[in-house]
Design a protein around this ligand. Sequence first.
Ligand code: ZN
Length: 382
Amino acid sequence: YLTDGTTPNIRRFVEQGFACVAEGSMPSFTCPNNMSIITGTPTSRHGISGNFYLDTTTWQPVVMTAPELLRADTILARFAAAGASVVSITAKDKLRRQLQKGLDLAAGHVSFSSEFASRCTLEENGIEDVLDYVGMAQPGMYSMELSLFVLEAGVKLMRERRPALMYLSLTDFVQHKWAPDTESARTFYRRLDDAFGRLAALDVTLALTADHGMSDKSDDAGRPNVIWLQDLLDARFGKGETTVICPITDAFVVHHGALGGLVRVWIRGAVQAQDVIAYVASLPGVHQALDRASACRQYDMPPDREADVVVISDAGTCIGASQADHDLSALEGHRLRTHGGVSEARVPLILNRPLNAAYRYRVASQVPKSYQVFDFAINGTA
Ligand code: ZN
């Protein structure tokens, strides 16, 4: 895209600003990485290590989108507390309440999702009549417009209200469904690039990063390469001994069938974690099987929300729980493309302005984390 003219604005940022490959947070899912980026901290600090974790007092999966589960302040809230006006717009509403944590939306700040753009109220979102304001119809949950709406709203708000800090979070529907070399993906990137260009033209420091990458995880015949881990563990150690949680699971399962590159195994019976690890590590397609302490140390994750065993697949493989619980019919013949593992944790970090001397030295000696993107944009540009 950079060299064939699809993304001329991003090309200009790369040439005249700054670009590198940064390390994203693990697991390479939406919620952990959005929270890392908006708080400027690793998951060990802010606590959101997936879309779900298992509450071992009730053995029920707990959805991790509640603001009270987020243990760190957001950069938006700190800016707002210091008197700056801020805007947060997300494609998926599941992120909205954590992104706006600590924000007084009656004080002129704005926070909404394109998913629920038609329902915005001044009290809850700091803005109303959003569809008229942006001039777009309510985008569908599975459409590229769900992301493009976020950018159009951002351009308009930046032009008319000029907030000090704005966070725009898109969704990966397009990247799940289409490989980069397809016409649909190219169209999407062309439209993203066009919006990025219009944002940059408003004399702002624009920083681009991703919450995660994406890998094709199908075989030559187009069938998903899946490790059905709960089925395998039940067969090996007995039913009820372990509970596999797929922390990628959310309301948007159509495009990944709740299959990702990292799952968590809690032990309920007498089986030993080390025996589970030894068995799982021997399975083809497994990149790593780690105990809680090792996983948290290696990937900077919060131990109290971590499972007994963490399983990460390689780039070409994904992991599910029980085959019977995953509906893959919605893939409609598309190859399975998903994320969650180490292989999808490398992301771009791009700025439309060059780095100052101090940050040039910094990137010469260490790979930036994607959660440092606000730091780079605010403190690191010339
Ligand atoms: Zn995804």
